[in-house]
Design a protein around this ligand. Structure first.
Ligand SMILES: NC(=O)c1ccc[n+]([C@@H]2O[C@H](COP(=O)([O-])OP(=O)(O)OC[C@H]3O[C@@H](n4cnc5c(N)ncnc54)[C@H](OP(=O)(O)O)[C@@H]3O)[C@@H](O)[C@H]2O)c1
Length: 276
């Protein structure tokens, strides 16, 4: 794997689980100091303890924070930079997913997903940029393939991930001239606790539609993310077949759409009113 540039202190939101935790593991192996951010203190502590067990001497810290709270995020990042050392890298992996037929999702579902996925990302970027000051830095925002194409059952999730794409691409034009490298990551499905809980209750149509692209391991997604950032990329879609599917959706939208519709039609049952 390509080594990252000389990063000193990387803050990872969503660092207690899944992709955030795996990126932390791989960066710690490269000697980067990492602060894991999440809301649940117990899971955060367990994640950090697990990393220290695997890598004695690893420079890993924790920050209990809900990134939906803009003021708290700003204050926490300022304090972190003062106590633990200047932050030069932010990886926004915090996210939630609510899947279901559009008529069965509530407006509160939509708001909750947008709050964490979009506004959490905006809050962390704003707070990190304030601590970067005039220094260069790196911001990595994790969107999804669902941020580039629509997906059955993801009206809330896909909206929030499309919003992250627009925010990240716009932010890049603004802050790159002052030396901040902004990276957009759009993974397809990978093994993680988020997908375990999705699997417990996802609609059959969503399962069928997402299976159009093979599931990756979290290790591969983390490794390709780190290598892509180290190589100076602005956009990373981990996995060769995922990249091919995204390219096909751009170059051959009619065919890609027809494949999706045919797969969905095979299992279509429509809204299940017993769910809510
Ligand atoms: N898994 C996939 O197949 C997949 C595919 C494409 C994109 N993604 C995206 O990749 C990212 C990571 O997904 P994952 O599968 O690794 O998820 P995960 O295992 O469920 O981990 C999510 C992390 O986000 C934290 N988090 C959630 N809300 C937060 C908040 N308001 N403030 C701070 N931390 C918060 C969680 O901790 P607490 O709950 O303790 O706060 C946890 O550490 C997400 O943005 C997801 O949308 C995932």
């Amino acid at each position: 794997m390509k080594r990252v540039p000389p990063w000193h202190h990387c803050v990872i939101t969503g660092g207690s689980s899944g992709l955030g935790l795996e990126i932390a593991r791989q960066l710690l192996r490269q000697g980067v100091a990492v602060t894991l951010v999440a809301r649940n203190e117990t899971r955060l502590g367990m994640a950090a303890a697990g990393l220290r067990r695997q890598m004695p001497g690893a420079n890993v810290g924790t920050l209990v924070l809900d990134v939906v709270d803009a003021a708290a995020t700003r204050t926490a990042f300022e304090e972190l930079a003062q106590t633990t050392g200047a932050i030069d890298t932010l990886i926004n992996s915090a996210g939630i997913l609510i899947e279901g037929h559009a008529e069965q999702l509530t407006i509160d579902d939509h708001r909750a997903v947008m709050d964490v996925n979009l506004f959490g990302t905006v809050n962390a970027c704003t707070a990190a940029l304030a601590t970067f000051g005039d220094d260069p830095g790196t911001i990595v925002n994790v969107s999804s393939v669902a941020g580039l194409i629509g997906v059955f059952g993801y009206t809330a999730y896909s909206s929030s991930k499309h919003a992250i794409v627009g925010y990240t691409r716009s932010l890049a034009y603004e802050v790159e001239p002052r030396g901040v490298h902004v990276v957009l990551v759009c993974p397809g499905e990978f093994d993680s606790p988020m997908v375990d809980s999705l699997d417990a209750d996802r609609t059959p149509e969503n399962r069928e539609h997402t299976l159009t692209i093979p599931k990756l391991s979290v290790e591969q997604v983390a490794a390709e993310t780190i290598s892509g950032v180290a190589a100076g990329r602005r956009m990373i879609v981990p996995g060769r077949r995922t990249r091919a599917a995204v390219l096909a959706s751009r170059l051959l939208p009619g065919i890609s759409d027809a494949v999706s519709r045919r797969r969905i039609a095979r299992v279509y049952t429509g809204p299940r009113t017993s769910l809510r």
